[in-house]
Design a protein around this ligand. Structure first.
Ligand code: AMP
Length: 283
């Protein structure tokens, strides 16, 4: 695996490969890699001739300074993991490379970002869209891979691609979970033993809600009450939001009698660690 810190050498090499008709898959990450990230990379290596992974903790998408400061940085271990899954090129830029000048560019994705992550993390999707646009222009991949774990982010990247004519395919990959069901996340390594034990409550609550809606045809209101009540039993878990939305436009679902694809999305704090999770299914 070759590691690039600057843009020019990486671009030169990728251009040569693409001129020869080779396809490039791209997996943007913030590092502290786990099996969730590796599954995206494996899919990319299967579907493309070459795979580029970026590791960059993008400051503009953090709305909380201590979250940015405490975000795990584990480059050496990451590079070893990348070798095992056949990543060809690692792009590891610094802030000066990614933001050579102060930018006031601003993205607004309308209704897609008014709820959930967009509502609770002000400016988050502006930072995501900014850095992903930069990365798409640097790497110019044929395909880019994103996790369903950040479902709202995936929809926003799809909107970004469509609005700005990025000539690439945006692909969503399934959520990888720990044995107990906790969605893998770089932030999980900040959980203490007691918090880790209670963190399984998120996925359990999502499954409880899915069962109520799908099998028992419970109302949205009753399901929300049940989820809140279930999570109250876990004293270390502080629910931030639980939403039942249409999986494509993220509008809240009012009528469960209408057949549609639903996303149940959740964010919760365990101490200072903020976790998100979701499940998507047909109503
Ligand atoms: P991050 O490093 O958190 O920015 O994540 C980089 C990419 O990996 C994003 O597209 C995430 O959605 C994806 N990802 C994060 N966690 C998981 C997971 N547990 N399973 C699958 N993909 C994931």
């Amino acid at each position: 695996m070759q590691i690039f810190e600057d843009i020019n050498n990486l671009q030169k090499l990728l251009k040569t490969l693409q001129n020869k008709g080779q396809t490039i898959g791209f997996v943007p990450t913030m590092g502290a890699l786990h099996e969730g990230h590796l599954s995206l990379i494996e899919q990319s290596t299967q579907e493309n001739d070459y795979t580029v992974v970026s590791i960059y903790v993008n400051p503009t998408q953090f709305n909380n300074a201590s979250d940015l400061e405490n975000y795990p940085r584990t480059l050496e271990e990451d590079a070893e993991k990348l070798e095992t899954v056949g990543c060809d090129f690692l792009f590891f830029p610094n802030n000066k490379t990614m933001y050579p000048q102060k930018t006031s560019l601003f993205f607004d994705f309308g209704d897609l970002e008014r709820r959930m992550e967009g509502a609770f993390r002000e400016g988050h999707f502006n930072g995501v869209a900014l850095v992903v646009s930069k990365l798409f222009n640097i790497v110019k991949p044929n395909r880019a891979y994103f996790g369903q774990k950040d479902w709202q982010q995936y929809l926003i990247i799809k909107a970004l691609k469509e609005n700005l004519f990025f000539d690439l395919e945006v692909i969503a990959c399934p959520i990888k979970r720990e044995v107990g069901g906790l969605a893998m996340s770089s932030r999980n390594m900040r959980l203490n033993v007691a918090q880790r034990k209670e963190s399984v409550a998120l996925y359990q609550a999502l499954n409880l809600a899915k069962k109520m809606l799908q099998e028992e045809k419970a109302s949205i209101k009753r399901t929300q009450v049940a989820v809140n009540k279930f999570l109250e039993k876990f004293t270390l878990v502080q629910l931030e939001y639980f939403e039942v939305v249409n999986s494509q436009n993220l509008k809240p679902i009012e009528n469960i009698d209408k057949s549609q694809e639903v996303a149940l999305c959740m964010a919760a704090y365990l101490g200072e660690v903020r976790l998100i999770d979701n499940i998507i299914f047909q109503l």
